[in-house]
Design a protein around this ligand. Sequence first.
Ligand code: G4P
Length: 188
Amino acid sequence: MESLKERILRDGRCFPGGILKVDSFINHQMDPILMKSIAVEFVRRFASEDINKVITIEASGIAPAIMVGYLLELPVVFAKKKKPSTMQNMLVTKVYSFTKDNTYDVCVSRDFLCKGDRVLFIDDFLANGNAAKGMIDLAAQAGAEIAGMGFIIEKAFQHGGDMLRSLGMRVESLAIIESLDNCEIKIR
Ligand code: G4P
């Protein structure tokens, strides 16, 4: 997606350790016009898939996911990183965060991720793919199917995309970062 790539090159910032900061337009301050274009592109790419729900993980996945859900007129579910005390009947999985070097629980109610669902998973970043792997586990526990996975930015050098594609998952990333070496952003 050209406009996204241009924006990353213009406003993205590199940090040591292969971190790309896009917090002026994607995951802190958000540009809703760009977010709408991102959602339009996801809808175009997944047009042939039979989907009944959009799913993401809080927090940064929610903005693109709700835009996609709005365009598709489908419900949007976000998996939670803290177990709400009022939530019963839920599915839980553990996700390891490479960036933060910790493991956290991700949960979703069985009422909102169910047998027979065909969900589209949307997130801002695909790095090592651990969050996506957690979502695959939650879907398997629910008896739901993942019709596809859409990421705004994939960091190819962390290989989460390779792992998901080798599992047979349909993965669409709107900007693929080849490298952030020497704090220079190289986009495929
Ligand atoms: P993974 O899920 O692909 O394995 O990613 P990883 O554990 O490495 O990343 C953990 C968190 O860091 C995720 O957000 C992910 O989106 C984010 N992240 C990974 N690489 C980058 C990067 O280069 N730049 C930025 N800005 N974020 C990155 P999270 O902890 O779930 O946070 P949030 O969704 O609550 O914001």
